[in-house]
Design a protein. Structure first.
Ligand code: R5P
Length: 269
């Protein structure tokens, strides 16, 4: 981070905790193209109990203004891309929905957008990333690029994701969010900025999601930007606390799962 200005470094260290260099980002931006996703229908109710355990909150400005207390002490990663929907013709056809002025007004720690590499909208989404980085460098605000694949889930292999992450970093993204995959260490190796993983659709069990977080961290991820595998669990607070143990304390999945079970039992009482 030696090349960075103080404000940029400071905002990044609000997200990637200096004690561990890692982060547990809580993703609640799904509604921007999925509408009222299951368990995210009432954003405020879902977010509130999780806030004390999130190193940052990733969401849109509409979600932020309506559903998060302005007194909350949590760094905001503002999603500023969109313009598509799950029922529309093409999820990759995104543009920038939120100005930089608005991001500054909302006192964000970073802005985030999706890039759709290999899609017919590759060029427009990469130029949007370039524009955001240019503005981000002007104002000292980091940019997180999400290497999105839309409905083409088969693209989630190491060769494609390494290509996508590297391109995002070369254009100037300060953090890249991608998917975990077999050979994930190659993705991290080829990307000169921190890589965090999305959790993806809810897995069969909490243990599976904890294993995913562990595999990503032990192969070089700087953290998770996880949504559904936390708040679609019947016990979201125990789940995020278990994920934190893996990310910040290098705990093994079984041990983190034991903690999840203990906290879940305590929550039932
Ligand atoms: C999706 O495009 C959003 O950017 C989500 O923030 C991202 O997929 C992470 O959430 P989840 O862990 O539910 O996949």
């Amino acid at each position: 981070m030696g090349f960075m200005d103080w404000g940029m470094k400071n905002r990044l260290s609000r997200i990637l905790k200096p004690q561990t260099g890692r982060t547990v980002m809580l993703a609640v931006d799904h509604g921007y193209f999925l509408g009222p996703t299951s368990r995210l229908e009432n954003l405020e109710a879902t977010i509130r109990p999780l806030l004390p355990y999130a190193d940052s909150l990733m969401l849109t400005r509409g979600a932020l203004r309506t559903s998060v207390d302005a007194g909350a002490d949590v760094p905001i990663v503002l999603r500023v891309s969109g313009g598509t929907s799950i029922v529309g013709p093409n999820l990759a056809d995104e543009g920038i929905t939120t100005s930089f002025e608005e991001a500054i007004r909302l006192n964000v720690a970073a802005v985030a957008l999706s890039v759709f590499i290999g899609s017919e909208h590759e060029h427009q989404t990469l130029l949007s990333l370039a524009d955001l980085v240019n503005e981000g460098e002007t104002f000292g605000i980091p940019v997180l690029a999400v290497t999105a694949v839309g409905k083409e889930l088969e693209k989630r292999d190491a060769r494609y994701l390494a290509l996508a992450c590297r391109i995002a970093a070369e254009i100037g993204a300060h953090i890249v969010k991608t998917y975990y995959c077999e050979g994930f260490e190659k993705v991290v190796e080829g990307c000169p900025v921190p890589v965090v993983i999305a959790g993806g659709p809810k897995l069969e069990s909490e243990l599976d999601a904890l294993q995913l977080a562990y595999d990503a961290i032990s192969r070089g991820a700087a953290g998770v930007d996880m949504g559904r595998n936390i708040w679609q669990s019947d016990f979201p607070v125990p789940m995020i606390r278990a994920v934190r143990e893996i990310v910040h304390n290098n705990v093994k999945p079984d041990e983190a799962h034991d903690l999840f079970v203990d906290l879940k039992e305590a929550a039932k009482k």
